[in-house]
Design a protein around this ligand. Structure first.
Ligand code: ASP
Ligand code: MG
Length: 472
């Protein structure tokens, strides 16, 4: 939510969803709606910046950021055509919460450090501000709405910064605190992103965690559907900025959706899908700028749409790390040591491949983690390098991953051949190939400067464009 205008759009969406005039469910007069919102756009980043400046003792930055945030939220409230008492109450709450941010940052400056636990308190304030504004905007549209902090509802472990929900406890809180409101026809407007441990310590679910909060709560209220509002018309066959003919994919299975997000289609985080999968609750990815567009539905068994390959994704800004040496042949434990060293650096590995001659292991990591990954490997293998069992640990930085995704690729012959031919025709060299045994995706590493033309060529080969409805 970027502005008062965006918040009014949210209010319209909620009203229509309740009246069942948006993506209507047949035979239903009115729906019950639970709303989960993230902070206004950029606010979480600002809060994190304020906390970081506090650590460095930059009091001026703390003052500036808090003042900017205060003004932004007050301006938004002012632009919402609220009645006087509503506006005054909202302004009071905004002041209170931002004073709180300010004193938390001051305390951080005094301590000179910000623990993950402290950062969760500060970074979660954007949602506590935005729920109040959205609830007021809904009431201005005649709905009975109530702002709720998910610290009351979502019970998590104490992994601050990326907490996981404890579903049973959360379910119980939802049953006692949330369902009575829903039954009473109140529209709850709940903070995304945040939760709390069983003894009330505030946590966050990780960046972008509002979607996750929505699926957690959606599962706990046993909802008919969970709608995730983004700023694109659902999951696309490819990045529309790269491929003109890219179009929205109507339906995906949970597995396909997870595969897409894993390979960089930033529409939904893989773990966001999990709470919905368990009960088979359909998810929809919709566009708040274009609410009537049906977007993408994510369900257990999508009807076959004639397409084996559903779409193509690319991950840029990655590096390929190679560990090679003839001394690795037939020696057990090399891979375990490689990945233990990488894990110790907290680097997540995007793709792995080992030639069956065992002379090299290569894997792909985010580019900003490449340098420390290399150092960790050089440390871990220093004696093997001295003895020339491991010849080289190297990194190639100008690469990208391209992946094709589709559940029906499993058992379909010839898909890889067509993929490789399409790339060969463009003169594109493939550095590494990986296909999981689940066969839901094939991923390859190619040179970064060829990735856009590769995506276009593959998109055309599998006829994924706007006009194409043939079997691919
Ligand atoms: N506001 C949080 C963030 O920026 C959560 C979200 O937007 O989903 O990470
Ligand atoms: Mg988001």
């Amino acid at each position: 939510m970027g502005s008062a205008e965006a918040i009014s759009r949210v209010a319209n969406i909620v009203r229509k969803a309740r009246e069942n005039t948006l993506h209507s469910t047949p035979g239903v007069a009115r729906r019950k709606v639970v709303v989960v919102v993230s902070a206004m756009s950029g606010v979480t980043n600002d809060l994190i910046r304020a906390a970081q400046s506090a650590v460095q003792g930059q009091d001026k930055v703390i003052d500036e950021v808090t003042q900017t945030l205060r003004q932004r939220h007050l301006d938004t409230a002012a632009a919402l055509a609220l009645d006087d008492s509503e506006r005054r109450a909202l302004e009071g709450k905004v002041e209170e919460l931002l004073n709180h941010v300010h004193s938390l940052c001051r305390a951080t400056a005094v301590l000179g450090e910000c623990t993950p636990r402290g950062l969760d308190v500060i970074s979660g304030l954007g949602e506590r501000l935005s729920v109040r504004i959205v609830a007021a905007a809904l009431r201005a549209q005649g709905l009975v709405a109530q702002a709720i902090e998910a610290t009351e509802l979502i019970v998590t472990d104490d992994c601050f910064g990326a907490a996981s929900p404890l579903m049973e406890e959360t379910q119980e809180r939802v049953r006692t605190h949330l369902l009575p409101l829903v039954r009473g026809d109140v529209v709850p407007v709940i903070t995304g992103f945040i939760g709390a441990t069983a003894n009330g310590m505030p946590t966050t679910l990780g960046r972008g965690g509002s979607d996750y909060a929505a699926t957690i709560l959606g599962a706990c209220v046993d909802s008919d559907e969970i709608w995730i509002w983004s700023d694109v018309d659902g999951v696309m066959t490819a990045d529309p900025r790269v491929v003109n003919e890219a179009r929205t994919i109507d339906t995906l299975s949970y597995t396909e959706a997870a595969e897409f997000s894993y390979f960089g289609a930033q529409v939904i985080h893989p773990k966001t899908i999990l709470p919905a999968v368990k009960d088979g609750i359909p998810l929809r990815i919709l566009n708040s700028f274009n609410p009537a567009h049906p977007g993408t539905r994510i369900i257990v068994h999508p009807p076959p749409n004639g397409r084996v390959v559903k779409g193509i994704t690319a991950i840029k800004q990655v590096s390929e790390i190679t560990v090679e040496g003839r001394g690795m042949i037939g020696i057990p434990g090399i891979a375990a040591r490689v990945f233990a060293a990488v894990a110790q650096e907290q680097v997540s590995v995007l793709m792995i491949s080992q030639s069956s001659s065992e002379q090299s292991i290569c894997f792909v990591v985010p580019r900003d983690a490449a340098a420390r990954t290399l150092q960790a490997l050089e440390r871990a293998f220093q004696y093997d390098i001295l003895r020339h069992n491991v010849e080289r640990v190297s990194s190639q930085d100008d690469v990208a991953i391209l992946a094709i995704v589709g559940e029906r690729m499993r058992g379909t012959v010839g898909i890889a051949a067509r993929l490789f031919s399409a790339l060969a025709e463009q003169g594109i060299n493939i550095l590494t190939i990986a296909q999981g045994s689940s066969e839901y995706s094939i991923s390859l590493v190619i040179s970064a400067d060829q990735v856009d033309s590769a995506v276009r060529a593959v998109h055309a080969t599998f006829d994924l464009g706007k006009s194409g409805h043939k079997e691919n």
